[in-house]
Design a binder for this molecule. Structure first.
Ligand SMILES: Cc1cc2nc3c(=O)[nH]c(=O)nc-3n(C[C@H](O)[C@H](O)[C@H](O)COP(=O)(O)O)c2cc1C
Length: 270
């Protein structure tokens, strides 16, 4: 299969990224999928056609970044070019690569979730793969070409059976467990997928600012879980952006707000 490599536009870092100025693609179908999507783990034995891969790639070219100065790339890879310990894997996956800089994991989740919802809006199923990785020659290519490391994969393909579910069938924490105040604007974050469905985010309100925190596992916990949780937070932020693209802003406050047993991710206004 042909390989697609996409490099992000670079932008010099100011720490306020206003993401809502231009909505380059119609986000309405993505917003619609946000409340219906599920991880799909049953696929037809059929590859996604090159024209549809092209559509996905074109979408990625216009995707919004949380940190536009962080270089990233995605690559569509065949099942034979990655390893993951699951029997249900579809024929293709999208692998995400990035330079390793502060915020790159949240940036990866933020971008991949837009791709996930776009893929779902095309009638395809998808499932993140936190366990598994592309083969060495693919990771080596990203490293040599752009000093980028592999971050996360999203398996995708034609679903066998139901692709969507109803809102009531989401298994998610109640608002009181993820926020210090009842806030309907945070609802889209509740629906976000997360590794082992841990939903590691917590929001606090200070005036118009909403601070986002991620569960801190302590120094002894495995690094990979911490990494996945930061990707999860980026995914939840993408859901908030997609449901409110013209008003969503994300900043990193200094000094960072604090919350016991949590790590500060950033501050949203919407
Ligand atoms: C970063 C990340 C990594 C994940 N890794 C895996 C995985 O390796 N295998 C798997 O079957 N599901 C994986 N998932 C899917 C989650 O288990 C799933 O999102 C969660 O249980 C919520 O279910 P839902 O996506 O159907 O709403 C992952 C999800 C995220 C966000």
């Amino acid at each position: 299969m042909e390989k697609y490599f996409i490099h992000t536009r670079k932008r010099a870092g100011n720490d306020i990224e206003h993401l809502g100025d231009i909505a380059p693609v119609d986000l309405a179908p993505l917003k619609d999928c946000l409340y219906r999507r599920k991880s799909v783990r049953k696929y037809q034995n059929k590859a996604v056609e090159p024209e549809i891969i092209d559509k996905i790639i074109n979408f990625v070219k216009q995707v919004k970044c949380l940190h536009p100065s962080i270089k990233f790339a995605v690559e569509v890879i065949d099942k034979k070019d990655y390893k993951a310990p699951f029997t249900w894997l579809p024929q293709q996956a999208i692998a995400f690569f990035s330079t390793v800089r502060t915020g790159y994991l949240e940036n990866a989740g933020f971008i991949m979730q837009q791709i996930e919802l776009y893929i779902q809006s095309l009638g395809l199923g998808a499932c993140y793969l936190g366990i598994g990785k592309p083969d060495l020659h693919i990771r080596d290519h990203a490293l040599k070409q752009g000093d980028m490391e592999y971050v996360i994969m999203l398996a995708f393909g034609y679903p066998q059976g139901e692709q969507f579910r109803q809102e009531k069938d989401f298994n998610r924490k109640p608002m009181v467990k993820i926020s210090d105040a009842y806030d309907e604007k945070l609802f889209p974050a509740r629906f976000a997928p997360s590794s082992i469905n841990s939903q590691p985010w917590y929001f606090t309100h200070v005036g118009a600012n909403v601070h986002m925190f991620c569960v801190w596992h302590g120094v002894l916990k495995v690094l990979s879980l911490t990494d996945l949780n930061h990707i999860d937070c980026g995914i939840a932020l993408a859901n908030l952006y997609i449901s409110n693209p013209t008003r969503f802003t994300f900043t990193k406050k200094k000094p960072a707000p604090e919350r016991e047993n949590y790590v500060y991710i950033g501050t949203i206004k919407f």
